[in-house]
Ligand binder design. Structure first.
Ligand SMILES: Nc1nc2c(c(=O)[nH]1)N[C@H]1C(S)=C(S)[C@@H](COP(=O)(O)O)O[C@H]1N2
Ligand SMILES: [Mo]
Length: 547
């Protein structure tokens, strides 16, 4: 590869820089795919921190405060960029110089990743991939930018770099003496700078580095948040929920289990890409109409008195008989207590909560403060909140539809007024307030099922969160309403299973309908309403074919 080519300094520098960018982008991408912590730039940074004398570290923290990490990483990137730029010109002359410097960087990167706590052999992969990609890019860009020219040898003047030409400019030029800097001499070969090749090549390199870097960062962020979630040890609550009585679950196949497993829990949100919120940098700000604005870190949240509560969450978009409802045991701290610490001012009637991705919900203050288990939750069914369900923290308020209460990835609560602020769904046609409507659903048999004649189980769930379900009735083919047997419910905040296990199914088509009565004495009516603006109503019915 030794060629003694030369290119204008700017072109050679650009080639070096772009090769360096490719190294960083590709290693970030591979780190995102393989192991986020093995990104060599950060590993070198961490190693540098460990190797820094305490006095210098204190100085850095004093000088740069919370930005010390950013300053350090920026410094590393600048050193990388300067070195990459510097290897351009020698590498153009002789590729081996460039490859040697890249190899040295590889060795430094590998040393850094392998000396990190918990390092394993795979940690070298991002560094090796990055260095290999940079070597490839360097060679490729030089070849693209400098093309051999055939033809008679140029006079020596033509080979002189631009700086020297001005000196030579005084000389008389013969017809063949063109001061053409792009034409280079190398041994007997001559190379011309192919500007188009250089531009296309370097542009391609920049795009490659950028795309790889962005994808890598996204993947690494995801990996880091899921690692933080897995590492989270849920503290024992000061107020644990009593173990669930066996009678809450009738254990009928095909009937929704009392506790919805996290993996089956419905998910509704506006997030195209689920927000990845690292609990180490998460905070919750409570501000607005309060006496003392509060900002909680995740550690603060976990140090507060913790409680568990079984709460059935439901979406306002759940059609009659629909699937957007689930029940879980939530672990968190009292939202009301946090608000009392902040001191809610007179006249405030709305909590405008905002998620990390800017979605908002408006929750009535009086509902949150009336003694129900309104939570800032970080645990769901014995594990850290799944990322899809709001990790690291979300609101859960019994009795309110999710769109007015259940903000996932919550980062901010503004205490305000309904006549001053509007939440995300309000201007989109949904009611500012959304108490959950008393409803019931038939899970068994399924609509359209073909059944054998004889004794058949009819079962389902009913809900009237924070009121409680008092009765469920079923009728067949518009006959007499019959009382279903109710499973137990630990509190009024969950759904309740129900069953009729002695229906004698006769051949032919049948319609089964259900209605619930809540503890206020209200019985569901047949009036059908759609989900807009504040939740569906009507009896769920299923049609079956027997025989
Ligand atoms: N950040 C955020 N939180 C949100 C939403 C959203 O779009 N973004 N949707 C809400 C709605 S409409 C519902 S029904 C519940 C659903 O919670 P889940 O996905 O955990 O079941 O989340 C609520 N919290
Ligand atoms: Mo919802």
């Amino acid at each position: 590869m030794k060629s003694n080519r030369r290119a204008p300094r700017w072109a050679a520098t650009l080639i070096g820089l772009v090769s360096g960018a490719v190294a960083v982008g590709v290693s970030l991408l591979v780190a995102g795919l393989v192991k986020a912590s093995a990104f060599p730039v950060v590993a070198v940074g961490n190693a540098a921190v460990d190797l820094t004398p305490a006095a210098l570290k204190d100085f850095a923290i004093r000088t740069f405060g919370e930005n010390d990490k950013t300053v350090l990483l920026t410094g590393i990137v600048l050193v990388l960029a300067a070195t990459a730029a510097a290897i351009g010109p020698p590498a153009v002359r002789d590729l081996r110089y460039g490859l040697a410097v890249l190899a040295v960087f590889g060795v430094v990167g590998i040393a850094a990743v392998l000396t990190r706590p918990g390092a394993e052999a795979v940690d070298v992969v991002p560094t090796v991939a990055g260095v290999a990609a940079a070597m490839f890019a360097l060679r490729h860009l030089i070849r693209r930018a400098l093309v051999p020219v055939s033809g008679p040898p140029e006079p020596e003047t033509a080979a002189e770099p631009p700086g020297e030409i001005s000196a030579a400019g005084a000389r008389e030029r013969g017809p063949y003496e063109r001061p053409v800097p792009p034409v280079m001499r190398a041994g007997g070969d001559r190379y011309a700078l192919d500007r188009r090749g250089l531009l296309v090549g370097t542009a391609g390199g920049i795009v490659l580095a950028g795309v790889a870097g962005v994808i890598g960062r996204t993947l690494s962020g995801r990996a880091q948040v899921s690692a933080a979630r897995v590492d989270l040890r849920l503290p024992r609550p000061a107020t644990p929920a009593a173990p669930l009585p066996a009678g809450v679950d009738l254990r009928i196949r095909g009937l929704s289990p009392f506790v919805t497993p996290n993996s089956d829990f419905y998910r509704v949100d506006t997030a195209l890409v689920v927000p990845q919120v690292d609990p180490r940098s998460w905070t919750l700000k409570i501000h607005g109409m309060v006496d003392r604005p509060v900002e909680l870190t995740f550690a603060d949240l976990m140090k507060r008195p913790l409680q568990e509560a079984d709460i059935t969450l439901c979406c306002v978009s759940n059609e009659v008989g629909g699937p957007y409802i689930g029940n879980a045991r939530w672990l968190g701290t009292s939202l009301a207590a946090v608000l009392r610490d902040a001191g809610v001012q007179k006249g405030a009637d709305m909590l405008l909560s905002t998620s990390a991705d800017g979605w908002t919900a408006g929750t009535p203050v009086d509902v949150v403060l009336d003694g129900r288990d309104a939570l800032l939750a970080f645990g769901m069914n014995g594990e850290a909140l799944p990322v899809d369900h709001g990790f690291p923290a979300r609101q859960v308020v019994p009795g309110l539809y999710g769109y007015v209460s259940a903000t996932k990835w919550v980062t901010e609560i503004k205490v305000t007024r309904f006549d001053e602020d509007e939440a995300y769904w309000t201007p989109r046609g949904w009611s500012p307030r959304g108490p959950i409507k008393t409803e019931s659903r038939i899970d068994l048999p399924r609509d359209g099922a073909r059944l054998s004649p004889g004794r058949t189980v009819i079962a389902g769930v009913a809900w009237a969160q924070h009121k409680g379900v008092d009765a469920v009735e079923v009728r067949i083919d518009r006959g007499q309403w019959r009382q279903a047997r109710l499973a137990e419910a630990p509190t009024a905040d969950t759904w309740r299973q129900w069953v009729i296990d002695d229906w004698d199914a006769t051949p032919g088509g049948h319609t089964i309908e259900v209605r619930a009565t809540d503890a206020t004495g209200y019985t569901q009516t047949a009036d059908r309403a759609g989900v807009v603006p504040d939740g569906a109503t009507g009896w769920h019915s299923v049609g079956v074919q027997v025989g």
